[in-house]
Design a protein. Sequence first.
Length: 80
Amino acid sequence: GRDSSLEGRWEDYPVVHISWNDAKAYCDWAGKRLPTEAEWENAARGKRKQSLYPWGDGKSPMGKDGRWMMNIWQGDFPGA
């Protein structure tokens, strides 16, 4: 919230779940830029550059063990 702070906590953790507008504003402030869509896709694919999807060639993002092959929200939003 507005009066909360992470000071003294989580200094070594990356920022997650931020909006594109917030990321853009930060880049403008820091004199940096967001990656292009092509740069983002390249980074997301990692070693699977020729794959149709970042998780491989199959259309299903579910792995053989029944687990998601990508980060995806599961559950109700907003939380009850």
